[in-house]
Ligand binder design. Sequence first.
Ligand code: ADP
Length: 904
Amino acid sequence: MSRIMHVLGTEQPAIIAPLILADHPLGTISFTANWLSSADIPMATALADHISIALGHVRTQKKMEDSLERERLRNQVAEALASALDLSEVLERVISLAAEVTGADAGAIGLLDPDEETVRFPYIMGLPEELSLRPSSRGQGVIWQLIEERKTILQHEYREHPGAIPVWIEAGVHAFLGVPLIAGDDVIGGLGLFTLDTKRHFNQEAVEIAQAIASMSAIAIKNARLYTDATQRAEESQALIRTARSISALLDHETVLQMIAEQAKVLLEADGSRIHLIDPEKGVLRCLVALDPEAEALMEIELEFGQGITGYVAEHGIPVLQNDPLSDPRGYHVEGPLGFEPECLALAPLKVRQRTMGVMTVRRLGFNRPFTPSDLDLLTAFASQAAVAIENADLYSQIAAQAQRLEVEVADRTRELALSEAHYRALVETSLAGIVQIDTEGNFTYVNQAFGNLLEISAEELIGKPVTSYEGFIPEIHQLVLDLFHERIQNKRPAREVHDVELVTQSGRHIPAIVASSLIIDETGDPQGVTGLVFDISERKSLEAALRAERDRLDALLTNIGDAVMVTDPNGVIEYVNRSWERLNGFSAEEALGKTPRLIRSGHHSEDFYVEIWETITSGRTWRGEVVNARKDGTRYDAALTITPVLDESGKVINYVGVQHDISALKELDRIKSQFVSDVSHELRTPLTNIRLYLDLLGRSTEDPARVSRYLMTLSRESERLANLIDDLLSLSRLDAEAIPFKPTAVDINKLLAGLVEDRRNLASNRGLSLNLEADPSIPAIRGDERLITQVFTNLLTNAMNYTQDGGQIILRTGKKSSAEGEWVVAEVADSGLGIPPEEITMIFRRFFRGHASQVTASAGTGLGLAICKEIIDRHNGRITVESNGLPGHGSRFTVWLPFPKDI
Ligand code: ADP
């Protein structure tokens, strides 16, 4: 530094000398006096040097004092801070100390929020409290300059600073000293000191002291803050746990909601709280609890999903902090009492397992106490606890409702059970069947009146007694019944069984009965006893017997009846056929059952015919008529058929009964009769025509006696033929009508035949016929009508002579023969005549049959002789047979078999 000095000015000269100590300027000293001249400069210099040295001493002294003072202050600060951990206490000490040593009237500490967006003033000294409620957002106020620039600000006139806040100005802040609070590398806030007196400012020393305090206290403040935060968290957790516990212990839905709202309000130090729950059916949010002066109005509002901030939280399931809801575009504003009141809101979703069930909202009135992110965390944590409690309450109320329903149901069921028990008891007691119950020990536990009545004992007598003491079964089965009981109780028998038993009553009467026994098991399946149902079946037994007898009778009747009987079901399916039916149709019952009567259709009738039958019988009427049916072998037969529907009480057809009577024989008879009449007419007409003719001829030519005689001969022959025919016819019809008196006597066949031979001996010899009788003398006299037997052999002998050429042989033989049927007396007439062709053998006994031999010989027969023979022999229970090979000269042999007389 230059020490060149000049005398300045002329009227009032002055010398200004630098004060320099160890090359460092300390300042200047000026001398003014009228008399000063440049000569005085060295004096001034020397003086200045002195003063500088003196000042240097003073300064050193001051420095020492200052450093002592600072050390003292440091100690003070360290002491003050070391003993306190609570943030507000630390802050209070820091400010009061700083104010004291800097001479400030007021002070405040601004602390930066963790989000570094807001500065709050948790402690203010010497200024209105309200100021502490007004946080300062980023860039707002002098404090932000402090934080951002990390430099001390000394402002004599606070109001002149561009960052001055009006409320602080209004509070009377005059001079301002601001020091940043820096802990390590972080700015945590700022210390502000104020004078309220317009005359006082802060000097450099104050600045230094303030800086010293600030740097010393920053770490302490940070620590205290951390500590406070930690304590607050711990407290919040405690509160949360307490709250959660208290609400979880509650189960009534409404109480839980009310409690949650109250707790939330307390926990968040809020002025109001409300809970919105989602109505899952309507998809709206409804306010169920509102601890708010406007509760009623709030509770009336229904919010759509996504509507308002509440709707937003419900929709997205995330918490929202809104300290200025009026400016929030999501805000839902309503007219009326819920005006535009300044408020801060914190909203958290009520969530359980990712499912949002509603929204928990807390509000603080005004802007003074905005919610912090940690408030929101707290609310969110609380809300998640609350959600569980709400769900528990929901579940509980559901369970409670269910329990109540169950209770009602149990009551209902109990009532029903009692009723049903009463019904069963009534049933059991009034049952006609005997009912008994036996426990696993084999003791009667219940016996109803019917059982007692059945066995003529009092029911009470049996109850409690062991089954073994009971003598109601016939001795043969007593043990068997006991064994069955034991097996049953051990569950070794089917669950239910029915046995036929015979019971003995007290008076010794035997009663056939059936016992249905079943095991009583409990819900686990263990046997608890046995129930027996006892039915007296004596009445049924006798009914059954009567029915059986009736059925046997019917069976015998149907089996032995000559008519064929068939029974079908309403659809015409064959259910029964009797023996005669089988015989008639050639089908066995097995072949016929299950089939329909089509089985025996012959094809003779049209379909309409059967339709008519079906229509008649299905209308409940009986059908009668003749049908032509076919047997199994295809042969047809005529039958008189009657089909009768069998109706039940309601008139419904249950069966059809068809009765067939074989009328083939009748039909044949009819045919034979017609044939007979036509044959007779024909045979009668021939001789009559001849007689008429010859009578007529006789009338015309009576002159010629020879012709007359020939005519008369013919007339006589024809009339004889007519007479013979009529005789034969009469014989036959009498035989048919059994009009000929049958007078059996002992007939000596040998004698009878000998007479006949004798009568014809001349006739035979005239024709050169040998006629012999080879009689077996041992044969007994048979029993018969001699006249009729004579007629038989007369016919046979006449035929033999008629159909044997002259010179032939005729031999009559008698003898005995035996066959499968028994012993016979036989008499045969054998000739050596024309014989009978094989095809005629079966026909020669027919009426009016005249065969080959008759045509060859042109004999005047009637064709009735052999038919009469057969009728007569039949009447004698004999047989007539013929043998011939049909060769002329070999002849024929007729044998008459007559039963061997029994008692002759
Ligand atoms: P008729 O002798 O009047 O014709 P019959 O009833 O006595 O009637 O006999 C029936 C038929 O049997 C005869 O027409 C004849 O063809 C045959 N016939 C009966 N007897 C003999 C016989 N001995 N030899 C050959 N044919 C006989």
